[in-house]
Design a protein around this ligand. Structure first.
Ligand SMILES: NC(=O)C1=CN([C@@H]2O[C@H](COP(=O)(O)OP(=O)(O)OC[C@H]3O[C@@H](n4cnc5c(N)ncnc54)[C@H](O)[C@@H]3O)[C@@H](O)[C@H]2O)C=CC1
Ligand SMILES: O=P(O)(O)OC[C@H]1O[C@](O)(CO)[C@@H](O)[C@@H]1O
Length: 376
C-alpha cells in the first residue's frame, strides 16, 4: 500500500508517518522545504523519540521525498498511484494542496479507490480540501473518498541532532470518519460514525487550553509551556476556561460532565509533561486563524454568550490573544497593525465576526489589560 503525505513537518514525521509505517505503508513525504526533502531522500529513515523519562526511540524506514516545487511530474505520478493521501500542512495551505492533487485525482479510474484525509487542527478540514479540489476538477467519482479526521499529539518545534528525528509526547489519537473511508482500516486509528463530537472536544479542550496557556503565559512574560504551567494563577484560569468549553461540549454533545472532567484532567497532565519543551510562540502561532469564528476561542464563546451562560474566562482569553505579539509571526503582526489602525471593535467584526454586546465585553477586557500594563 502506498501513502503520499503532504507536510514532512512535526506531525507528518512524528505522528502520521509513524502510524502509516506501523501499518506497512510505503511512505512518500511531499514538502516545499527542499532541505528536508533532500535529507529524507538521502537518509530514508528517522527516529520518533518519545518524550518520557526513558526517551525511547521508534524507527521509521524506507521513506522517500518529493519536492512539490520542483518535482511536479513525480508528484502527479505519485498521486495517481497512491492508496492513501494525507496532509499535515496547516489548514490555510489546503487550497494549495488542492491545486496539486485535483488533476491527477480526476485521472484515476474507478477500479482504484483512494482515501484523502486532511490531518489539521480545524473542524472538518477534509471537507475544506474536498471543496477546493472539486472546484478545480469538478465532481470526482465514488472511488475518491474524503473522510474527515481529528488528530491529537503534541509535537513541539524540534532541536534534534539529526533534523529528521522528531520528539513527540507518548499520547496520540487519530479519529477518522468511518463511513467515508474505503478499504482496510488502519491499526492505531479510531473509526467513528460521527466525527463532530470528537473533533470539537479535541479542538475546544486541547487546543483552546493550549492556546490559553500561550496567550496568558506570554502576557505574563513566560516563553515555554512548562514554565507557564508552574504558575498557579495561570493553571487556575486555564481550568476556568476549560470549565466553560466543557459547558459548551456537554450541552451540545452527549458527553457526561464526569467524562468531560476526566478528559480535561488528562489534557492538563499532558500540558505538564516535563520532557516536552514547547515554545509559547509555536502554540500561539497564527492568532488570526485562532480568533476566527469556527476556531478554538470564538466558537464556544459566541455560543455561551448567546445562550447567556458563563463565559468571562473565554472573554479574558480573547483579550489575551488580542494583546499577543510575535514579530516573527505574520498573523500576529497583521493583527496588531489592524488594531492600531482601526481599533478593537472593527478588528473583532472583521476577523472574528463578533459584534454587539460580546464585542463590547472583549474590548473592555482588552482595554483593562492595556491600562494594567501601562500602569505597572
Ligand atoms: N504540532 C502539533 O502538535 C500538532 C499539529 N497539528 C496540525 O498539523 C498541521 C501541521 O502542523 P506541524 O506539523 O506542527 O507543522 P510543521 O510546520 O512542523 O509542518 C508543516 C509542514 O508543511 C510544509 N508545507 C507548507 N506548505 C506546503 C505545501 N504547499 N506543500 C507541501 N508541504 C508544505 C512545511 O514546509 C512543513 O514542513 C497543522 O494543521 C497543525 O495545526 C495537529 C495536531 C498536533
Ligand atoms: O497547530 P495549531 O493549530 O497552530 O495550534 C497548535 C496546537 O496544536 C497542537 O500542537 C496539538 O493539537 C497543540 O500543541 C496546540 O494546541
Amino acid at each position: 500500500m502506498k501513502a503520499v503525505h503532504f507536510g514532512a513537518g512535526n506531525i507528518g514525521r512524528g505522528f502520521i508517518g509513524k502510524v502509516l509505517y506501523d501499518n506497512g505503508y510505503d511512505i512518500t513525504f511531499v514538502d516545499v522545504n527542499a532541505e528536508m526533502i533532500d535529507l529524507i531522500n538521502k537518509e530514508q529513515e528517522y527516529d520518533v523519540i518519545i518524550a518520557e523519562e526513558a526517551k525511547s526511540r521508534q524507527h521509521v524506514s524506507g521513506v522517500k521525498g518529493i519536492n512539490s516545487m520542483t518535482d511536479t511530474d513525480k508528484l502527479q505520478a505519485a498521486i495517481k498511484d497512491a492508496d492513501l493521501i494525507t496532509t499535515a500542512v496547516g489548514v490555510n495551505i489546503l487550497p494549495i494542496i488542492a491545486k496539486s492533487i485535483a488533476g491527477p485525482l480526476s485521472e484515476r479510474t474507478s477500479d482504484k479507490p483512494v482515501n484523502v484525509v486532511a490531518c489539521e487542527n480545524a473542524i472538518m478540514a477534509t471537507d475544506q480540501l474536498k471543496q477546493a479540489v472539486v472546484a478545480i476538477s469538478g465532481e470526482l467519482g465514488d472511488h475518491v473518498h474524503f473522510p474527515n479526521s481529528a488528530v491529537d499529539r503534541i509535537v513541539p518545534i524540534q532541536k534534534q541532532d539529526n533534523p529528521l528525528d522528531v520528539m513527540v509526547e507518548p499520547f496520540f489519537e487519530w479519529v477518522i470518519e468511518e463511513d467515508a473511508w474505503a478499504g482496510e482500516k488502519l491499526e492505531g486509528v479510531k473509526y467513528v460514525s460521527d466525527l463532530h463530537p470528537y473533533i470539537e472536544r479535541k479542538l475546544l479542550t486541547v487546543n483552546t487550553g493550549h492556546a490559553f496557556i500561550a496567550y496568558f503565559g506570554s502576557y505574563k512574560g513566560y516563553t515555554t509551556v512548562d514554565e507557564a504551567m508552574k504558575d498557579a494563577e495561570l493553571v487556575e484560569q486555564l481550568k476556568a476556561v476549560l470549565a466553560e468549553t466543557s459547558d459548551y461540549l456537554t450541552t451540545v454533545y452527549d458527553f457526561t460532565a464526569e467524562e468531560q472532567a476526566a478528559y480535561v484532567e488528562k489534557i492538563i497532565s499532558r500540558f505538564k509533561n516535563p520532557y516536552l519543551s514547547d515554545a509559547l510562540n509555536r502554540v500561539g502561532r497564527s492568532p488570526l486563524r485562532k480568533i476566527s469564528p469556527e476556531d478554538r476561542v470564538v466558537k464556544p464563546l459566541a455560543y455561551l454568550a448567546e445562550e447567556d451562560r458563563k463565559h468571562d474566562a473565554l472573554v479574558d482569553m480573547a483579550a489575551y490573544l488580542l494583546r499577543y505579539s510575535d514579530e516573527q509571526d505574520p498573523e500576529a503582526v497583521e493583527k496588531n497593525t489592524f488594531i492600531e489602525e482601526k481599533g478593537i471593535t472593527e478588528f473583532l467584526k472583521h476577523y472574528a465576526k463578533v459584534e454587539g454586546e460580546l464585542a463590547k465585553e472583549i474590548a473592555e477586557r482588552y482595554n483593562a489589560l492595556l491600562f494594567d500594563k501601562e500602569n505597572n
